[in-house]
Write a protein that binds this ligand. Structure first.
Ligand code: FRU
Length: 494
């Protein structure tokens, strides 16, 4: 039975969507059907399609009582919206259905695990969000909340585990047919930790142990864990709140951390070896991954950040979009990410230049557009006398431009959106230290009208940002302080 609350949300989104059908949108990035979107949820492959759910408040372009929006795709680029899947309509989730994930059960049902939020009144009259883990079972369109919810609550916490910060389960089925899940949590001092649970059937869960603990290294509460094997290593992705910058890493406040290590499957023990930021741009948070049928590990993040996501106009009919799906790999102890290869199927006209030598400002015939896949290979024109700065400016007209620049002496790449039409003094720039050879840098830029995702040196670094420059600003130009030689390959995306 669908509740009245869910029926109302479904009716609202259908009517509102019709009214806003002509609004300009990202085309191959999933954006909110109507209203507000944050974290990706329930990213899974089910009945021959990818399912992506998301944190959703259909009724306004701001965060509110959380629903789960729902979309499906066969190539992760063309998305079809389905009716909202979950609404805050039971006792343990009456104040929100927070983030979670999905698995396919052996009997063919789709099992969602999410965080139920319900307000708990404190002795002083104030209230706090009590967080528990809940289940819903469905067929890919309609989901029924499990009668025994919640399946994990304050009885399943370690001694120093907060019942108010206990969220974002990620579950998976092991080779032996049993299930595990990891959940974000923190101590009473707000120090992040990831809890591990086990289940014989996906429905009955038992606390196992603290899988990983922050020990005050990376921010405070750890949100949205994901945990998987990749290229002989084990990866723990988490999104810590309130991180302190360390050198050129972790400048996002709330950002995504990648811990690379090893995993003993028999004892469920994770041993950390290295850490790095996942995205060095402005907008990327709370990613989830899916294992594609062909074995690729694919990640999608929320292409926004919590510090600036509330500064848009209240009349916007939709807000929030996902990143491009990214294929992950581990090379030389680092997490690499590249846009999924399916993107190549969208490639239309190609414009190609080789060995273009220039100083100062330059434009190239045929190089423009707001929906493009462009790769630049940049080298010094004079090896003895290195150029000081290279920049590519896009989403450009007389008033606006957004840019990616590289300074080889410092080996720093920078994204900058301050001239993208924003009227607020918010974060507009981010820098990333590029290790390795300075004399040749490869910069791939994916534009989809309102975002730029930059992949450096074949996916060793990624920097993502959104902007709302009018779509007519589609100019691209290049700048060199010194002598630069560059190859350009640009495709329009259809
Ligand atoms: C992360 C997050 C999650 C939570 C959700 C609520 O962005 O704070 O921890 O489940 O958003 O919408």
């Amino acid at each position: 039975m669908t509740s009245q609350i869910l029926r109302d949300a479904r009716k609202y989104e259908e009517e509102k969507e019709r009214k806003i059908a002509r609004e300009p949108r990202p085309e191959f990035h999933l954006s909110a059907r109507v209203g507000w979107m944050n974290d990706p949820n329930g990213f899974s492959f089910y009945k021959g399609e990818y399912h992506l759910f998301y944190q959703y408040h259909p009724f306004s372009p701001y965060w509110g009582p959380m629903h789960w929006g729902h979309a499906v795709s066969s190539d992760l680029l063309h998305w079809e919206h389905l009716p909202a899947a979950l609404a805050p309509d039971t006792d343990c989730d009456r104040d929100g259905c927070f983030s979670g994930n999905a698995v396919v059960l052996p009997d063919g049902r789709h099992l969602l695990m999410y965080t139920g939020v319900s307000k708990e009144t404190q002795p002083d009259g104030s209230s706090r969000d009590l967080q528990t883990q809940c289940l819903a079972i469905g067929d890919g369109v309609d989901y029924q909340k499990y009668g025994e919810n919640p399946v994990l609550d304050q009885r399943h916490l370690p001694e120093k585990g907060s019942k108010y910060d206990f969220r974002d389960p990620k579950l998976w089925r092991k080779g032996d047919g049993t299930y595990r899940c990891v959940v974000g949590n923190c101590t009473p001092e707000h120090d992040g930790q990831i809890l591990l649970y086990s289940s014989p059937d996906g429905f009955h869960w038992k606390y196992e142990k603290i899988l990983a603990a922050n020990h005050e290294r990376f921010g405070r509460m750890w949100e949205c864990p994901d945990f998987f094997a990749l290229d002989g290593k084990q990866i723990l992705l988490v999104s810590p709140q309130d991180m302190m910058p360390q050198g050129f890493e972790y400048h996002n406040g709330n950002g995504t951390l990648c811990l690379i290590g090893s995993y003993d499957d028999k004892t469920d023990t994770f041993t950390e070896e290295r850490d790095q930021a996942v995205d060095y741009g402005i907008d990327f948070y709370a990613p989830q991954t899916v294992l594609a049928p062909d074995g690729r590990r694919i990640m999608i993040g929320w292409m926004q950040n919590w510090d600036t996501c509330n500064l848009h106009a209240p009349e916007r009919p939709w807000f929030g979009q996902m990143s491009i799906p990214r294929e992950l790999s581990v090379k030389n102890g680092r997490l690499f990410q590249n846009p999924i290869r399916e993107l190549e199927t969208l490639r239309g006209e190609k414009v190609h230049y080789e060995n273009v030598a220039f100083t100062d400002i330059m434009k190239l015939e045929g190089i423009r557009g707001r929906k493009i896949d462009m790769e630049l290979t940049v080298r010094p024109g004079d090896e003895e006398n290195l150029y000081r700065k290279f920049a590519v400016r896009f989403a450009q007209n007389d008033r606006y431009q957004t840019s990616v620049s590289f300074r080889p002496y410092e080996s720093i790449i920078k994204v900058d959106r301050k001239h993208s039409g924003s009227r607020r003094a918010i974060i507009h720039q981010r820098r990333c230290l590029v290790k390795g050879e300075k004399n040749r840098i490869k910069i791939r830029i994916i534009l989809d009208y309102f975002s730029a995702e930059v992949f450096v040196n074949d996916g060793e670094y990624a920097l993502s940002m959104t902007f709302y420059t009018e779509p007519e600003a589609e100019g691209i130009s290049f700048f060199a302080d010194g002598q630069v030689v560059m190859d350009v390959v640009k495709y329009d995306l259809l």
